[in-house]
Design a protein around this ligand. Structure first.
Ligand code: F0G
Length: 434
């Protein structure tokens, strides 16, 4: 299908070839998005085709991204696509979390079940496919963890050379371990995420490295399929709300674009409302949404939150994300550290678990429920973006009462679960367990 890159700014809309290695409009600096102009598919036939592919053993069909390739038709050949069987993540009912947020029911779409443990894999398989198509040899990203693990895995699997930039001292060791194991050249820079992103953009240009942060429009294409798969799993019943954490806002942009395209193609009759949740110490998008029409994002210079994945003060995709929140009649909310930590423990008690940024969803739902924005009987899908094993140190500290906020305030272990030291004595242990 014919595809091109189009400037997202309504007053510009400059067009570029799909094979231009660009991240921003060269005319106005706006974000770029992939735009398709080909013929439409018959919606019911497409749904049937996608369902049928789930029974196939072909690698492309086993991917929860490429199975839906009619919604992301930017490649002209699928021969060199590298898939680690990304996507295919479950929808999980969570009655206990629902009760915690005073809802009748709640479903999690758990992206932490991806091959490298986060939703980034959905986007990365597409970004790496585009890198191969462009003949790039090196790829780079800045990351607080998940993007680096994902890019390292996909780039190495594709025979590319991954270079990752991490904020020194502010990443998860589990994620750094993955990046090292997957063979990425790893640079720990003494700056925060926003500063390093600016640096990497300069370096990418100078050294001819392909940038795979979510400013890359092909990452966004892949992440759209999270919504497609969710709807396929629900037999195309549209939820009232989709709730997700907001950091650099790539996912918000991707979900909104994907949902609009599904609606415009006749696969769903309406859009769910998007609820984007930020951490209080890192909430520029929340402030922007409150500021009203015509405002520009005011960056938070020193963003702080223990949820490192959303510790971003100057999110690049805000114009797209704002458009998607508005189109879906959505909302943006912010939540404090204590509530993120408690919500995370509640998700754990469902036997599900997730990383801190993901738990912002449940904390946000609870707050939106309390203020009456969300009703108890509404149908809600919350996206858990990353795996429970990302920040084990955070978990241990929470349960043992040793966790504190970046400003030093103690986080109470409201749902704490202390490990107990026991003597090697059956009688004493039986007493302990009585
Ligand atoms: N949740 C998780 C688990 C993440 O890793 C990220 C981003 C987000 C939410 C925020 O998503 O940027 O699309 O709004 N992680 C980046 C990284 C910063 O480097 O892995 P967004």
């Amino acid at each position: 299908m014919p595809a091109d890159l189009v400037c997202f700014e309504p007053s510009c809309r400059a067009r570029y070839a799909i094979t231009d290695a660009l991240y921003n409009c060269t005319r106005c600096g706006g974000l770029l998005e992939v735009n398709y102009t080909g013929p439409r598919h018959e919606p019911e036939a497409l749904k049937a085709l996608w369902r049928e592919r789930r029974t196939s053993n072909a690698p492309l069909e086993q991917s929860g991204v490429w199975r839906y390739r009619e919604i992301i038709p930017f490649l002209d050949s699928y021969e060199r696509v590298v898939s680690l069987r990304e996507g295919n993540t479950p929808l999980l009912d969570a009655p206990r979390a629902a009760a915690y947020a005073s809802l009748d029911r709640l479903t999690f779409k758990h992206q932490g079940f991806n091959p490298t443990g986060s939703f980034k894999d959905n986007g990365m398989t597409c970004g790496v496919a585009q890198a191969l198509r462009l003949g790039m040899r090196r790829v780079a990203c800045v990351s607080t963890g998940n993007t680096s693990a994902s890019m390292a895995a996909y780039a190495s699997a594709a025979g590319l050379d991954p270079v990752i930039f991490l904020p020194h001292g502010n990443i998860s060791y589990g994620k750094l371990a993955q990046a090292l194991e997957y063979g990425a050249r790893t640079l720990q820079v003494e700056a925060n995420f926003d500063q390093i992103l600016a640096l990497v953009r300069v370096l990418a240009e100078r050294l001819g490295i392909y940038l795979l942060n979510s400013v890359n429009p092909f990452r966004i294409e892949g992440q759209k399929t999270i919504m497609v798969e969710m709807l396929d799993q629900r037999d195309w019943r549209v939820p009232d709300w989709v709730v997700l954490p907001g950091g650099n806002l790539g996912n918000t942009s991707a979900f909104g674009k994907g949902l609009r395209e599904l609606r415009d193609a006749g696969l769903i009759p309406k859009l769910p409302r998007l609820a984007v949740i930020q951490a209080e110490g890192s909430a520029p998008f929340y402030e922007l949404a409150r500021a009203g029409v015509g405002s520009a994002l005011q960056a938070v210079r020193d963003p702080e939150t223990l949820a490192t994945a959303i510790r971003i003060g100057d999110p690049v995709s805000w114009p797209k994300a704002l458009h998607e929140v508005r189109c879906s009649n959505g909302v943006v909310e912010k939540v404090p550290e204590q509530e993120i930590a408690d919500a995370k423990a509640q998700i754990g008690l469902c036997g599900i678990g997730c990383e801190p940024a993901s738990a912002a969803t449940l904390a946000g739902i609870r707050k939106l429920r309390a203020s009456g924005v969300i009703r108890a009987d509404e149908d809600i899908v919350a996206v858990l973006t990353g795996n429970v094993l990302k920040d084990p140190d955070y978990i241990y500290r929470y349960h043992t009462g040793q966790l504190s906020t970046p400003s030093g305030a103690r986080i109470a272990p409201n749902f704490g679960n202390q490990p107990v030291v026991a003597p090697n004595d059956p009688d004493r242990i039986a007493e302990l367990l009585a």
